[in-house]
Design a protein around this ligand. Structure first.
Ligand SMILES: N=[N+]=NCCCCNC(=O)[C@@H]1[C@H]2[C@H](O)[C@@H](O)[C@H](O)[C@@H](CO)[C@@H]12
Length: 465
């Protein structure tokens, strides 16, 4: 039965691609609280480090902030109707800690819990599985004033916040993700300062990463104690496959260093209970302040790994051994294609990383919790927005997912980044990742060609199963 009303754009329906995915494969889209909600001063929400960072001159493109964003806070009905129109079976969103516990710890804000309660109920009413991320970078400002993730206490505050949310929503959220991309929080936020809170201290990145991981590990049992037995709990990591540009020994050496920096820094403590051998030396830094039992807490068993992937890193080894975070990525590659973020389009990287991670780590199940592309979409006020490059990107990366599945990878679902255009961190609203366009002057949503393509793919999948 064809449930998708005819789209104004007729896209090629990839029925062959749809057929390569197993029954019960989950098809979703992802967003994050600070990037779409807006309403930053409403209903008792406290300030976050991204409110502070975006209000700081020079930090975000043209001074953009998340004050209004895509106004999702006031458009839950409309936006969940969009998800139904696209045929999503799941929706990954994040919960704003500053809405729930405005000071970071202590008093609970009932209106904050009410908002997510309503969102979850609306999703369930519309047949969409809620996937909740507990932390997608919007740390309450008071905690940052006390040191943020450099302060071990923040890990305990995160576990307390987790319990509060799980107690209210745990009976209805389908799957839980503790942290989104702690690599970005630690390195971009505390190491090089291009993300909130804008600190520039590489040792700080190491220490913050440890406390983020500790927060994750402390939160897992607190979550499990509040949710029905068997509710899947996981973490989302950015996984960036690293390749060598030549066969030289220096290149092989630097590929290993870059993989440790980009991936094993987090994968190893979570799944092996230890940091990668020699990693801190390769960063010329000290180990973080690890306390007795920390690594056991951090490596709490999980039910799935959420993988975010957008591109790859290609390395050409230097004569002198570089620091792990300064391995030279290769300059633009002849004939390569790039997204508007300057990220190389390399779908084989997703296939390879899924195969390698499933082989090298006891991850259980895997979801691709983010994959997508920014392109300079424009709207002429009409009914349609053509974004053929995004269609091509999604088709090629989903083909990579199908190839990984055919190699036995336990991939259970895919969430496109993103449901709609939104606040792209330091790039503000200048970068558009949505399969739905947002006209910020009116907050009108217009499904892009890629949105119709995705809806057709999901419809073809549903017709097969
Ligand atoms: N090594 N290395 N480099 C990694 C470079 C950072 C890559 N950026 C991401 O993964 C963020 C993720 C985020 O969850 C979402 O909130 C963002 O909107 C998307 C798009 O940017 C992606």
């Amino acid at each position: 039965m064809d449930i998708t009303p005819k789209a104004p754009i007729q896209t090629q329906v990839d029925t062959d691609l749809a057929r390569r995915f197993p029954p019960r494969f989950l098809w979703g889209a992802a967003t994050a609280s600070y990037q779409i909600e807006g309403a930053v001063h409403e209903d008792g929400r406290g300030s976050s480090i991204w409110d502070d960072f975006s209000a700081t001159p020079g930090k975000v493109f043209e001074g953009h902030t998340g004050e209004v964003a895509a106004d999702h806070y006031h458009r839950v009905e409309e936006d969940t109707d969009l998800m139904v129109r696209l045929g999503l079976s799941a929706y990954r969103f994040s919960i704003a800690w500053p809405r729930i516990v405005p000071e970071g710890r202590g008093a609970i804000n009932p209106a904050g819990l009410d908002f997510y309660d309503r969102l979850v109920d609306t999703l369930l009413e519309k047949g969409i599985q809620p996937f909740a991320t507990l932390y997608h970078w919007d740390l309450p400002s008071p905690l940052e004033r006390a040191g943020g993730w450099l302060n071990r206490e923040t890990a305990y505050a995160f576990a307390d916040y987790t319990e509060i949310v799980a107690r209210r929503l745990g009976d209805r959220v389908a799957s839980w993700i503790t942290l989104n991309e702690p690599w970005c929080s630690a390195y971009l936020g505390y190491g090089i300062g291009v993300h909130a809170p804008g600190r520039t201290d590489r040792q700080g990145a190491i220490d913050a990463a440890h406390h983020l991981l500790l927060g994750h590990g402390l939160a897992v049992p607190r979550l499990r104690a509040q949710v029905p037995a068997g509710t899947p709990v996981g973490i989302t990591l950015i996984v960036n496959p690293v390749y060598g540009a030549d066969e030289r020994a220096e290149t092989a050496r630097d590929v290993k260093l870059a993989h440790a920096f980009s991936n094993a820094w987090f994968l190893d403590p979570i799944y092996r209970g230890s940091y990668p051998e020699g990693f801190f030396e390769a960063m010329a830094l000290n180990p973080p302040p690890i306390q007795e039992g920390d690594l056991e807490i951090i490596s709490a068993p999980l039910d799935f790994l959420g993988v975010n992937n957008y591109s790859r890193t290609l390395i050409r080894g230097a004569q002198e051994q570089p620091l792990a975070d300064s391995c030279q990525a290769v300059a633009p590659i002849p004939n390569a294609c790039y997204t508007d973020m300057g990220w190389e389009i390399y779908p084989h990287g997703l296939r390879d990383l899924l195969v390698n991670v499933a082989r090298d780590y006891p991850v259980g199940n895997i979801y691709v919790t983010e994959n997508g592309a920014a392109f300079p979409d424009t709207w002429d006020g009409g009914e349609t927005i053509n974004d053929p490059r995004r269609v091509s990107y999604l088709r090629s990366y989903l083909t990579a997912c199908a190839e990984a599945l055919e190699q036995g990878v336990p991939l259970r679902g895919y969430f496109v980044w993103s449901l709609m255009d939104n606040f792209e961190w330091a790039e503000g609203y200048a970068k558009r990742f949505g399969i739905v366009y947002v006209d910020y002057s009116t907050q009108r949503r217009i499904i892009k060609e890629s949105g119709y393509w995705y809806a057709e793919l999901l419809n073809a999948f549903n017709n097969n199963n």
